[in-house]
Write a protein that binds this ligand. Sequence first.
Ligand SMILES: Cc1cc2nc3c(=O)[nH]c(=O)nc-3n(C[C@H](O)[C@H](O)[C@H](O)COP(=O)(O)OP(=O)(O)OC[C@H]3O[C@@H](n4cnc5c(N)ncnc54)[C@H](O)[C@@H]3O)c2cc1C
Length: 381
Amino acid sequence: MDRSFTLTRAAGLARLATVTPRLGRTYAAERNGDPGSDAETSTTALSPYLRRRLITEAEVVTAARETHGGAAEKFVSEVFWRTYFKGYLETHPTTWTDYLRLVAEGEARLAANSGLRRTYENAIEGRTGIEGFDDWARELVEVGWLHNHTRMWFASIWIFTLRLPWELGAAFFLRHLLDGDPASNTLSWRWVAGLHTRGKHYLARAENIRRYTDGRYDPDGLDEQAKPLTEDDVARLEPLPSPDPTPAGKVALLLHLDDLHPESLPLERATVIRVGGLVAHVPGADERVRAADIVAMEDALARASTHFGCPSEMISPGWSDSLPVISAWAPVGPSAEALPTGVLRVRRAWDEAAWPHATRGFFKLRSAIPEILRTVGRQGD
Ligand SMILES: Cc1cc2nc3c(=O)[nH]c(=O)nc-3n(C[C@H](O)[C@H](O)[C@H](O)COP(=O)(O)OP(=O)(O)OC[C@H]3O[C@@H](n4cnc5c(N)ncnc54)[C@H](O)[C@@H]3O)c2cc1C
């Protein structure tokens, strides 16, 4: 498949149109296999678009359900994993700040401990000698995307065979993934480690890797008996912060990288007079990710200008406007940290309906999916 990922809405919609015919039984039957980066992937590779909401979760779920009916259930539930992780981080925000602290501490340990540093450098440069793992490390850096099952194997080998700190692996992913997301990435690494669902970890097994890579990889020496990681401090559940009411009348609209489909934002009686685009990359983002962020933002600003019939421009932190400024809700992460104070944050019906169910395990949210889908519009507005 073409993994060049042009991050515009038009490219996201084109990709959605290409994959929609297989979002029913084919997706459910084949999604666990990773055929390798030269072949068409068994999943959709829509994540870089969904991550920035160049296309919305509601749009891809609607396309799948309208084409496949109940046979789209597996795909729909996978999309809700993204929503679940976003909602979980909103209600457990210290998981993100603890992660940032752990990365800083981990980097200091790398500088001080040459043995640890050697293992780490061999891992990120694909020189461990572990079949599969080394190719995946290079693929991540070269392509900026990995299949879900491969992400699980990679994270598990990193934590349980190489015995490297999970947070440094998560930071390596976040630097290079074109879909790098504070919620999905941090919480997936914690899930593999056994810290998210406490005591339940994911162990990569050679037999499973052989089977789902069609025999391309048969790694030796994996620790298939390791125990889950543990931690003393557990992030506390915090109340979901409320969105702000949308003012009536003239406003400036602020776009950020967590929601680049301003056309479907629930702006009610607000009239958008100008649009600003604030780019806050994920920590450590590499050149390719930064360039993709800029392309995505420029695309959204151009669409916003046409849609609202007003000027739009990139802005820098510290920007202010004489009009009330509104933005889509920025979930926990760099956009939220960069938003100027006083910005009014509106929340899409999708998040508003789903996040209250994302406070514990995924299954609470999964059982609410039919009810959530009844309440949201086709674009999650
Ligand atoms: C260690 C690890 C790190 C990860 N880091 C990220 C990350 O930074 N950003 C990210 O978007 N996903 C992350 N994931 C989740 C998942 O691997 C990717 O969303 C998925 O591989 C994207 O490929 P796709 O678009 O082909 O998925 P599809 O299977 O086609 O699914 C469609 C969409 O549903 C969502 N989705 C599917 N599965 C998951 C899942 N398990 N968790 C969350 N959302 C899901 C994604 O938005 C995806 O684009 C991570 C998983 C692991 C195990």
